[in-house]
Design a protein around this ligand. Structure first.
Ligand code: ZN
Length: 216
């Protein structure tokens, strides 16, 4: 079993950045079974870990929480103003290979989600267009084929109603809202893995597995 103290006077293998970090802020314990437990040590501004799915930061209490080597930890603020690092830095400082690969896999996950939204939005447009086309043709066939060119006002009322309805259908699939959600997740998962660098990495940097500023 091994316990690492995190904080301004902690024994983590990197310099603590962030004004909100207490002297003794939190502990990470790796037990004999290889389980990682993080616990807050009555810190002033809190200890947080990132949710793997949503990217949101969750507060860690003094009772502790099980994490993995790839858990993203933030000390002293519930945003990037805190001291941010991946748990793995505590045992393997300065090596960011796994972190970059993790960020890349997340990026690819979001790319896939975005593709799906684009595909669905395209289908919605195609279906709306097909319905409109069918009713336009139907209206003309009825008017000239069966009604000797006389306009049936009832039919046009129905036609106009359907046009509005199909237009409204496109708002049922909120592609823009879905894209905004993915964009937000991208930001939450793009923090540079180096604890001394607080940059959000661009898509290109994530693809290249390297931060442009700290070159790590
Ligand atoms: Zn960096």
């Amino acid at each position: 079993m091994k316990t690492i103290t995190l904080g301004k006077s902690g024994d983590q293998p990197f310099k603590i950045k962030g004004i909100g970090v207490s002297k003794v802020h939190a502990t990470v314990t790796i037990d004999d079974y290889g389980r990682w437990i993080i616990a807050d040590y009555n810190s002033t501004n809190g200890t947080f870990v990132r949710n793997e799915t949503t990217g949101e930061l969750m507060r860690v209490g003094p009772q502790g929480m099980q994490i993995s080597e790839m858990t993203f930890i933030v000390l002293g603020a519930d945003n990037s103003a805190g001291c941010c690092f991946y748990a793995k830095q505590l045992i393997n400082p300065g090596d960011y290979v796994d972190e970059h690969l993790y960020m890349l896999s997340k990026k690819q996950e979001f790319d896939k989600e975005e593709d799906k939204v684009a595909k669905n939005a395209r289908w919605v447009r195609i279906i709306i267009f097909a319905i409109m086309l069918l009713f336009t043709i139907g209206t003309f066939v009825y008017q000239y084929g069966f009604n000797n060119g006389n306009t049936s006002s009832d039919l046009f009322t129905i036609y106009r109603g359907l046009s509005l309805l199909t237009m409204g259908a496109s708002s049922f699939y909120d592609a823009q809202g879905k894209r905004a959600k993915i964009m937000k997740k991208r930001k939450l998962f793009s923090q540079c893995p180096n604890p001394e660098c607080d940059r959000k990495l661009s898509n290109d940097e994530i693809e290249n597995l390297k931060c442009g500023r700290c070159q790590k």
